[in-house]
Design a protein around this ligand. Sequence first.
Ligand SMILES: [Zn+2]
Length: 403
Amino acid sequence: MSTVITNIGELVTNEPGAGEGPLGLRRDAAVVIDGDRIAWTGPAADAPAADEAFDAGGRAVLPGFVDSHAHLVFAGERAEEFAARMSGRPYAAGGIRTTVEHTRAASDEALRANLRRLVDEMARQGVTTVECKSGYGLTVEQEERAVRLAAEIADEVTYLGAHVVPAEYEDDPSGYVRLAATDMLAACAPHARWVDVFCERGAFDADQAREVLEAGKKAGLTPRVHANQLTEGPGVRLAVELDAASADHCTFLSDADVDALASSQTVATLLPGVEFSTRQPYPDARRLLDAGATVALATDCNPGSCYSSSIAFGIAIAVRDMRMTPDEAVWAATAGGARALRRTDVGHLAPGARADVQVLDAPSRLHLAYRPGVPLTAAVWKAGSRVKGPQNETREAMGWRSS
Ligand SMILES: [Zn+2]
């Protein structure tokens, strides 16, 4: 089964050689999907025939978003905590324990249904690759269950047993770290590709984080680190030292942290929804970009510090308040997320790439930041399957390029 998406007003390929600028922009373009892959991109006038055609009506077409950081295996919600925080109480890592209680008590079916609901919610907003962490179970059985359920539904699975020290280990944090680095890891590793640690005041210090991450590497997992969210802590330098795929948050960075990221393969993944929802200062993306670091944008969707599944919301914040250009933000939410997951098959549109495509209800990718809060996703294909789509509309009906 092949599909030609034609009459694309603006195509973002993220292939610098395929068009203009770092986003590889093309006008009046077409894309051909064959099975689960991109078969062809180029001028609409030259598009080969396909089994079916979709008229983009002059709209913009982009690679699907890659959300490289989310916590979706949980039960319950924490709206009251959010309301209290907005009334002046600061965010602290301990709130995670509330979700742990609800998650432990939930059935597999309930957790699966919530995870499915959130992944579908993301897909309707253009997200075609989702990373999902454990971290609300915090026992061997519960963490194993979380990564197993995540592996059923999410594209990428991360073992985050070292999310926070559970209440029952309050007096023995090193005992918990040992568990997370041994039996819990052994139970989870078969279902996961990544190992992550919340390296932060109130969670795990550098030595504890290193113990879990190094054990994870020995078990065949690749590290990623929750780093420097609340303080200029050791997380970023630890991530770089261990060749982590990504250091996530990067809100409080020293010059040495910025240099370390810039001279490494470790992606700086920024999560603007968290700072929005915790009323913290935003990370300075410009400083990272100017230093030469690779920047990704992700949601961190979770019931505590950011219950938003909207990458577009993060793009708008990054442009408005983190000094990213609109094009840098679009790249960071697509190709940047792919880099943070060390994936070469997603985040760009070129022959051979996975057919993850979104059509915006807008003539340009600029509208993602220009029209904050507006649902702009018109159609989505994930691995060549249509997961969302409106009726074809003519360019004239959409009101673009008519004059
Ligand atoms: Zn997180």
